[in-house]
Design a protein around this ligand. Structure first.
Ligand code: HEC
Ligand code: HEC
Ligand code: HEC
Ligand code: HEC
Ligand code: HEC
Ligand code: HEC
Length: 328
């Protein structure tokens, strides 16, 4: 955690982060006078990129003003909040937990706010969110320990391409417009019957690279020109393969060859010292700045964009230049 446990907005406004008797708190100070203090209720995010903290007010959740941004190991203004003013008032809807937890029972209030049943919340993204409800599966195998084939659980292998994509798209296609309550979709069903995308797949230029891996991937030629490419073509979701560019590049090469003459091989002639097969990713799926998530760090005066891995696989001349420069 950062050395200095405060976020300075300007010379009048500061948020202090502190721990008192096992409780983490964020306290707002205006001209040195404490004005609002709230305790951390729920932590959202593994910390891979960052973490946002929510607080309880009765049975409703709100976002705390300050978040943590991993790449800089520093505090930042929480996403959705201005970097110029302390706010505690962003209400958290069920859809936020729909992507960031396994289950949360909730009711919408007349004023549009949301009340949660605190005891119902299952943290983390569990097997069930991708394989369907597993209670019956667990019960079956407890009673029939001799059974070797999985029953009463959805096997990803038996799903169609769209069903497999929908299993990931429920959380990885950006913000969607819900036509059914949160948590009503289960794997195997048609996602568009529960929520509709709020972007136009044909205008990729305007699509934000943050959180919409599905929208970007399905717009690129690797996807359009094949019948089988889906998220599992590159990701093994049961293990983290972060930063393992050679492993990812192997998956590209299951369809593309390198230094070949075929039209589907890399046509780039790299300077000596660069081996294409080591890292297709940084040239063809570069990190690009998010248009949606921008933040200001506690010790910086500028506002920066979060960098996200685009899933629109393509030729990126600028990224190629940067990669070649960096590899020298
Ligand atoms: C219930 C929502 C949900 C579903 C369903 C889901 N994801 Fe995710 N996924 C997330 C969230 C949230 C994160 C960010 C977690 C974090 O770092 O805090 C994430 C992170 C990831 C990452 C980055 C992990 C890393 O270690 O770098 C990959 C890759 C990924 N998901 C792939 C998939 C694929 C493929 C599927 C479908 C088989 C899928 N996810 C289904 C919510 C979901
Ligand atoms: C983020 C989504 C996701 C989560 C969470 C997840 N899985 Fe999977 N799982 C998949 C996908 C996608 C496949 C198919 C992989 C492939 O096609 O190669 C799969 C395959 C499997 C298989 C092989 C049989 C089959 O269905 O094809 C087993 C067994 C399995 N998962 C068990 C689990 C268990 C147990 C958990 C919880 C500890 C879990 N999975 C969590 C997405 C997920
Ligand atoms: C449509 C699904 C979805 C919704 C709704 C959503 N998120 Fe996320 N969020 C994701 C996914 C997927 C990732 C990781 C992938 C990425 O960075 O593109 C992520 C990443 C994050 C991270 C960074 C975690 C990390 O270390 O990777 C934080 C913090 C976060 N979300 C907070 C929130 C909060 C707070 C809300 C509600 C106000 C929210 N998200 C709503 C899907 C969602
Ligand atoms: C399932 C097979 C498959 C996988 C896996 C795959 N691709 Fe492709 N890719 C294709 C096909 C097919 C095309 C279209 C070729 C054509 O237009 O003749 C394509 C097109 C491309 C293009 C040209 C894009 C354009 O719009 O002109 C690039 C660059 C590319 N792929 C790089 C990659 C990289 C890098 C990876 C790994 C991260 C990858 N591909 C993974 C099948 C695949
Ligand atoms: C052609 C290969 C390929 C396919 C297909 C693919 N991904 Fe990825 N994905 C990658 C690579 C490479 C990375 C970067 C890994 C790293 O930086 O360690 C990545 C990173 C991610 C991340 C982390 C994002 C970030 O900015 O850190 C998420 C989330 C993710 N993928 C989800 C998905 C989902 C969901 C799908 C299906 C819609 C999918 N991916 C399909 C290759 C692929
Ligand atoms: C140093 C950056 C770099 C690396 C590494 C790299 N490429 Fe390329 N690739 C390019 C550039 C740039 C082009 C466009 C052709 C040119 O400008 O010479 C290209 C062209 C391609 C094309 C043809 C695209 C088209 O529309 O004709 C494919 C397919 C491709 N690369 C796949 C791959 C695969 C797969 C890997 C990894 C094994 C890889 N590339 C590694 C930079 C790179």
């Amino acid at each position: 955690m950062p050395g200095k446990n405060q976020f300075v907005y300007n010379k009048w406004m500061v948020v202090e982060l502190e721990k008192k008797k096992d409780v983490f708190l964020q306290t707002a100070y205006m001209n040195g006078i404490p004005t609002e203090q709230r305790a951390f209720g729920i932590v959202v995010g593994s910390g891979r990129k960052g973490q946002t903290y929510l607080y309880w007010d009765k049975n409703s959740l709100y976002q705390l003003p300050v978040s943590y941004y991993t790449p800089a190991n520093d505090w930042c203004n929480s996403p959705g909040y201005s970097e110029n003013y302390i706010r505690f008032d962003r209400p958290i809807p069920a859809t936020c937990l729909e992507c960031h937890s396994t289950y949360a029972e909730s009711k919408e209030k007349k004023d549009g706010g949301t009340v949660f049943n605190k005891k119902s919340i299952l943290y983390g993204v569990d097997c069930e969110r991708c394989h369907g409800p597993g209670a019956a599966h667990v019960a079956f195998h407890t009673q029939h320990p001799e059974a070797k084939t999985a029953s009463n659980i959805i096997s990803a292998k038996n799903l169609s391409r769209q069903q497999r994509l929908d299993a990931c798209a429920q959380c990885h296609s950006g913000l969607r417009k819900h036509t059914q309550p949160a948590f009503s979709f289960t794997v195997g069903q048609k996602l568009d019957d529960f929520s509709t995308p709020n972007y136009d797949v044909d205008t990729v230029g305007n699509l934000d690279v943050h959180g919409n891996q599905y929208g970007l991937l399905t717009a690129c030629r690797c996807f359009k020109m094949t019948a089988q490419l889906d998220c599992s073509s590159c990701h093994n979701v049961h293990v983290s393969e972060r930063q393992n560019m050679t492993a990812f590049s192997q998956r590209c090469m299951s369809c593309h060859n390198v230094n070949g003459v075929a039209h589907d091989s890399c046509s780039y002639k790299p300077p000596t010292g660069i081996i294409l097969a080591d890292n297709c990713v940084d040239c063809h799926m570069p990190l690009l700045p998010s248009k949606k998530i921008t933040l200001k760090l506690a010790n910086e005066s500028t506002v920066e964009a979060d960098m996200v891995r685009t899933h629109f696989v393509n030729v990126y001349q600028e990224a190629t230049k940067r990669f070649v420069e960096k590899s020298r």
